[in-house]
Design a binder for this molecule. Structure first.
Ligand code: GTP
Length: 359
């Protein structure tokens, strides 16, 4: 396949992942030991992408210090920033100014919060062979109500684009990876707020343009919620989705430079222990993300959770499906469960331990 250009949408605020996204945009959050985008960039490159335009807005200045000109990733990266967010369609139109592809060339567009094992090369070939205006990657989920639902006919032609409906007609959803014919991007109004999901795709279908679905059943995950974000990191560490960007062999756990795990601690289930982080004896950590420099003390239990950079989980505390912000302190014997979130720097005082004989 000839060199392919791509646009990566990375300007969203990531509100569902607060407080993690208060200081760091979602695409830069550490995931299996590297910024989330590193996994997407490595996969895109493996399918022949050589030049990527980042469509930035929220915390735009934080991207270039991490990815530079892209040479370290075998890519050439450009940055196009919206002064005010232009929505997904407006962002694609704005970023297209930095593309070099001719009007009839395919251009890959990726949401910056998706982990996918699908064959991007095959999606592009389907698009080119079908001479489509846009070809959407579609995946099947158990609960399609949270996503754009996309029915197709027997030839793979998309017949409707139904954004988040309570009554979906199919469980095939928009998987957030598109191939556009370049001239179709150029027809999006310039400098305006436009949503591809609510305006561009329904408009193309309405006008009779050929919009194809590329459906498959490989690994797929939208990491937009805390539980999904933790699952994404866990799956990468465990090797459920192969990533050329994983900074070590896949396995039960990934320890980054200077991480210290006491021999008597249990750490597994796809946990990442960040640089300089420490896990004390008797602690049990599974399926979690421990960010750089955090501490998990004696007897603490952490499962399916994120512990922020420099945060401390004190002795005997229990975290299940919880997020602890950077430098926060969870005092001894607290229990945080089911989506609990602690904001950065907050200190939860220790709880008195009650013994059964007290009751
Ligand atoms: P939430 O606020 O939690 O919904 O997350 P989000 O801001 O990332 O929104 P959403 O998941 O719907 O966005 C899908 C993709 O489009 C993500 O990769 C976002 O970074 C990106 N995105 C959304 N809106 C804009 C925008 O206005 N400009 C740019 N450049 N990217 C956007």
């Amino acid at each position: 396949m000839p060199d392919l250009e791509a646009i990566l949408l990375v300007g969203g605020q990531g509100t569902r992942l607060r407080p993690l996204t208060l200081g760091t945009p979602k695409p830069l959050l550490p995931t299996a030991g590297v910024p989330f985008l590193a996994h997407q960039l490595a996969r895109a490159r493996s399918f022949g992408v050589r030049r990527i335009v980042f469509a930035t807005s929220y915390k735009a200045a934080m991207f270039e210090p991490v990815f530079g000109d892209g040479a370290a990733f075998g890519l050439s990266i450009e940055y196009m920033t919206e002064e005010t967010p232009l929505g997904t369609g407006g962002a694609i139109r704005n970023a297209a100014q930095a593309l070099g592809s001719p009007p009839d060339a395919p251009v890959l567009v990726l949401n910056g919060d998706i982990l996918s094992g699908h064959d991007i090369g095959d999606q592009v070939r389907t698009h080119v062979a079908g001479q489509a205006a846009v070809t959407l990657h579609l995946t099947e989920v158990d609960d399609p109500t949270r996503f754009g639902c996309v029915p197709t006919d027997g030839d793979g032609r998309v017949t409707a684009f139904l954004e988040k409906t309570p009554d979906p007609v199919t469980n095939r959803i928009n998987a957030g990876c598109y191939v556009f014919t370049r001239s179709v991007i150029d027809a999006i109004p310039e400098g305006e707020v436009v949503s591809v999901e609510r305006q561009t795709f329904p408009g193309l279908i309405e006008s009779g343009a050929l919009v194809l679905g590329y459906a498959d059943r490989t690994y797929w995950l939208d990491v937009g919620t805390p539980a999904a974000f933790v699952k994404g990191s866990r799956d990468l560490v465990l090797g459920r989705l192969a990533s050329p960007a994983l900074p070590g062999p896949a396995g039960e756990r990934l320890l980054l430079a200077g991480a210290e795990v006491a021999p008597e601690a249990e750490v597994g289930g796809g946990t990442v222990v960040g640089a300089g982080a420490r896990v004390f004896a008797g602690a049990s950590v599974s399926g979690s993300i421990l960010l750089d420099g955090c501490v998990v003390e004696e007897g603490a239990v952490v499962s399916d959770s994120v512990v922020g950079a420099g945060a401390r989980v004190c002795a005997g505390a229990v975290l299940r499906d919880a997020m602890v912000g950077d430098r926060a302190v969870v005092g001894c014997h607290n229990e945080l469960q089911a989506g609990a979130r602690i904001w950065p720097e907050v200190e939860l005082p220790a709880r008195a331990v009650r013994f059964s004989s007290d009751v």
